[in-house]
Design a binder for this molecule. Structure first.
Ligand SMILES: O=C(O)C(=O)C[C@]1(C(=O)O)C=C[C@@H](O)C=C1
Length: 263
C-alpha cells in the first residue's frame, strides 16, 4: 500500500515510522516542515494521486478543518482514515468535508509511542467503517495483519462508549494523580509504581488530547459523574464528614459488610 500521513506531532511521527516498516511507500506532511523519520518521504501535491489511504494524525478538534485543506487534492479512490481517540464527532465532521466519492474509514490504534515502545503485537486497533466497500476494508485490514494487531470492527458509538470507560477514565485518573503531584518513593509498592506509570504515560500526551477525550467523547461526562458518586460513596463509608450528599443513599455492596472485613 502507498500511504499518506497528515500531521507529524507525537502520534503522527510514531505512526509514519511504524507504517514505513510494512508499506510500499509512506509520504508525510506537516503544517510546519519537520525532519521526517527514516523511510518516510515528503508528501508533495503530485504524490496524492498515488495514495491508497491517507491517515489524518491531527488533534480531534482540528481533524475536520485539516481534511478540508486536503480534500481537493485527493484521488477519488484514496481512502481517508482518521486516527482519533474519539470517533463519533470527528467522523461526522469528515463525512461532511471529504468528497462523497472518497471512501471514509475511522481507525483508532489503541496504542502510541509509549505503549508500543516494544512493538505493537497483540495490541488492539479499532476500525469504524463509515463509507467503504468491503474489498477496500479488507485491503486495509490485510495490511495491518502484518503487525499482528488485535483488530476490532465497531461503530463509532460503540467505540466511544467503550473508550470513555477505558482510555477516558485512564487519562482522567492520570491527570488527577498529576494534580496530586505524586512522587516516586523508596517504599513504593508495585501498585503504586503502576499508578506512577499511569500518571506519566497519560501526561506525556498533549493537553489537547486530554481535553478532547474528556469533552468530545459524548460518553465521558457520565464517566466523570460516576467517579464523583463513587468517590463520595467511598468517603462516606469511611465516615468523612465532608463527603458529598447522595453518597449514603447510593452506598454500594460493601456498605453493610465494611466494618466486618479485614485485610
Ligand atoms: O502510547 C502512548 O504514548 C499513548 O499515550 C497511547 C494512547 C493511550 O494509552 O491513551 C494515547 C492515545 C491513543 O488514542 C491511544 C493510546
Amino acid at each position: 500500500m502507498q500511504i499518506g500521513v497528515i500531521g507529524l506531532g507525537r502520534f503522527g511521527m510514531f505512526w509514519a515510522q511504524l507504517l514505513a516498516q510494512e508499506a510500499e511507500a509512506v509520504y508525510a506532511w506537516n503544517r510546519t516542515p519537520r525532519a521526517l523519520p527514516a523511510g518516510v518521504l515528503p508528501l508533495g501535491d503530485a504524490d496524492y494521486q498515488r495514495l491508497d489511504i491517507v491517515f489524518l494524525c491531527t488533534s480531534i478538534a482540528s481533524v475536520g478543518s485539516v481534511a478540508e485543506t486536503i480534500a481537493s487534492r485527493l484521488h477519488p479512490r484514496t481512502i481517508v482514515a482518521d486516527t482519533c481517540s474519539v470517533k463519533v464527532e470527528p467522523l461526522a465532521d469528515l463525512d461532511r468535508v471529504i468528497p462523497a466519492e472518497n471512501p471514509l474509514l475511522g481507525t483508532h490504534p489503541m496504542f502510541g509511542p509509549d505503549s508500543a515502545r516494544n512493538g505493537a503485537d497483540g495490541l488492539p486497533m479499532v476500525f469504524s467503517p463509515v463509507r467503504i466497500a468491503p474489498d477496500q476494508l479488507a485491503m486495509v485490514q490485510d495490511f495491518f495483519r502484518k503487525y499482528q494487531l488485535d483488530q476490532l470492527v465497531m461503530t463509532p458509538e460503540e467505540h466511544d462508549r467503550e473508550a470513555a470507560y477505558t482510555q477516558g477514565i485512564t487519562h482522567f485518573i492520570g491527570r488527577v494523580l498529576k494534580d496530586l503531584d505524586l512522587k516516586p518513593s523508596p517504599i513504593a509498592t508495585l501498585g503504586y509504581t503502576r499508578l506512577l506509570q499511569v500518571m506519566e504515560q497519560t501526561c506525556n500526551d498533549p493537553w489537547s488530547l486530554f481535553m478532547d477525550l474528556q469533552q468530545r467523547n459524548p460518553y465521558t461526562a457520565a464517566m466523570r459523574r460516576d467517579i464523583r458518586v463513587s468517590l463520595d460513596r467511598t468517603l462516606q463509608l469511611l465516615g468523612d464528614s465532608d463527603a458529598g450528599g447522595d453518597a449514603a443513599a447510593n452506598a454500594g455492596p460493601g456498605a453493610d459488610s465494611g466494618a466486618a472485613s479485614s485485610d
